[in-house]
Design a binder for this molecule. Sequence first.
Ligand code: GLN
Length: 513
Amino acid sequence: MSPFQHGEVFVTDDGAETDLDLGHYERFIETRMRKANNFTTGQIYKSVLEKSAVATTLAKPCRSSRMSPTKSRSSSNAGAGFETPDAVDVAIVEIGGTVGDIESLPFLEAVRQMSLRLGANNSAFVHLSYVPWIAAAGELKTKPTQHTAKQLREIGIQADVLLCRADRRIPSEEREKISLFSNVPEWGVISMWDVDTIYKVPRMLHEQGLDGLICDKLRLNTPPASLKRWDDLVYETEHPKTEVNIAMVGKYVDLSDSYKSLNEALRHAGMKNHAKVVIEYVDSETITPENVSRLAKFDGILVPGGFGVRGVEGKICAARFARENKVPYLGICLGMQVATIEFARHVAGLKGANSTEFEPASPHPVIALITEWKDTDGTIKTRDAKSDLGGTMRLGAQSSDVAKGTLAHKIYGDVVTERHRHRYEANVNYLDTLRKAGLVISALTQREQLTEIVELPQDVHPWFMGVQFHPEFKSTPWDGHPLFNAYIAAVLEHRATAGQDQQPTSKPLKVVA
Ligand code: GLN
């Protein structure tokens, strides 16, 4: 999935690579999503083709709509994708795309059949539509909504609720019109206007009665909703005590959706620290050793995950700047790898150190595919990195022990369990050299010796850490994430002390230029 088309690729504990919407579900309903919670048209047709091969032998008909996993996973086995199947009261089935797309037709047909089997009071259809504001005419156009509701009815589905997205509130006159032509009672036509924080949405919907409507439809006997925790979040967002500026040094500078979970995790950590986190995207391709000092104005530097060589040298420059100037640094996945390369080159004296992803013939492949660094015949072989594209991704949640006395241990305790999505790893053959030069490997998987966390000793740098995994996927608005909470706390500390003369460290690092 290209981040240019899909935004972020969200990763579940069990290693599914999904659309970023699943991340919203995890954050909002605090339920862990799994592979079974996401399926694509391709998966369905694959299973249809497989089953139709069997059906041919058995001479039985086979239809895509009758075999949709929407039906088999969400209805008869409603909990298949959930942690505690028996405890599931309500299954939310979201069908992406637009009514009328050929891709979504089998899914819509499956939910139509599902609703018929479950009975009218065991299902509710919520249809999301768009109500555009035509600036030149100065009016909201309800036609697209009328049409999509009609098209849905042609498929056999009558919406119970229409959620109407618009850049502004939809006045009751327009809602009446929508109601009349979409066959949805007016109280089911709900206006969803743009808000500055997503955490205002639950109250927006509650005030228009959406929760009551759904609970009535499903005959759910629930106490009145308490929105206090959402209100608290909004309060926290709107009343920060201070502000911090983070430079996010990456490649997709104008596509903040590519780092959706990361942005959220930083904001959550901001709320925990009563600070507004202002993220500035810095295009790593524009960073050079000559101009890297422009990062001095930031309170923290973060290098996020990424693939491909473009802009990597700029990221390495940023990591060096953070290390040398004692700016709090968080490197995520590729961000850890560039911090390791930087340390190898400029502190450990490994000239030309690199990742084989960027320089297959590097004299010091400190980051490489496991198959490259595992060769034990004395030489560290390199090969065409492209040959493994798509095949060897380390995906999903994995655990490792955390070394006592490290910064990581203060954050995670004895064990870290986080989600992965990468192919390259810190090369085990270099770990001793890096350790001798002062790099702390604070978490290493026991069996494979895969480096999970690197950091600088706290008497050398106040807060410098690189993690091979993606902690951002597990952050929630209420608790934040311990790693991001600690990072933002360090960033605040740095902001408070910046400007004051920095004391020389007791153990200066040997720097090899
Ligand atoms: N490109 C690197 C790898 O494949 C890092 C991936 C990432 O940051 N998610 O290992």
